[in-house]
Design a protein around this ligand. Structure first.
Ligand code: G3D
Ligand code: MG
Length: 167
């Protein structure tokens, strides 16, 4: 069995659910009382991608109230891919995600990523409408509707990203 080690970063505006999503994926639980991450948190998880290969994800959860501008290049260095998180209940987090994506493209080039529209359990409070979702679907490689609270599509998103990383 071959194990490939890959660093990924979880990125997105403040309070979109980055830390909660990583917690859910790594431990498969949701806490209503996640503390805001200070600095960088690292988690690892082994993801089987096929009969002969596993990806060991090194997941960097980068804190920061100001979306991307304060994220040091040092944190991003060596990232093989990233998870881009939008909060469905806050429209402004879409623009933040687009900014981050463009910055990553400049800094790291065209690396694999997945887009997560999080808080799908609060769908009745979503500010993102069907037209915007359709646009994101057309522009992005893969869009997932996730909930760190219920766990919906969280694993799927990380597994698909791992499959991209295995290519
Ligand atoms: P961040 O790491 O992107 O800054 P956090 O975001 O993971 O700290 O989450 C920010 C807030 O959103 C937290 O609430 C957290 O519980 C909540 N949250 C994260 N994901 C979900 C989700 O899928 N559904 C719901 N309903 N809430 C979510 P608090 O109240 O602790 O600030
Ligand atoms: Mg956090």
């Amino acid at each position: 069995m071959k194990v490939l080690q890959k660093k990924i970063c979880v990125l997105g505006d403040f309070a979109v659910g980055k830390t909660s999503l990583v917690g859910r994926f790594v431990k498969n639980e949701f806490s209503e009382k996640y503390l805001t991450t200070v600095g960088v948190k690292m988690d690892t998880k082994l993801v089987p991608v096929n009969d002969t290969m596993k990806i060991k994800l090194i997941i960097w959860d980068i804190a920061g109230e100001n979306a991307f501008k304060k994220i040091s290049q040092t944190y991003l260095r060596g990232s093989a891919g990233f998870v881009l998180v939008i909060d469905g209940t806050r429209l402004s987090t879409v623009d933040a995600a687009v900014d981050i994506k463009q910055n990553i493209l400049k800094l790291l080039g065209d690396i694999p990523f997945v887009v997560l529209i999080n808080k799908v359990d609060l769908k009745e409070q979503w500010e993102i409408d069907d037209a915007q979702i359709a646009r994101l679907n057309a522009e992005e490689k893969q869009v997932f509707f996730t909930s760190a609270k219920s766990g919906q599509q969280v694993e799927d998103a990380f597994i698909i990203l791992s499959e991209y990383l295995a290519l």
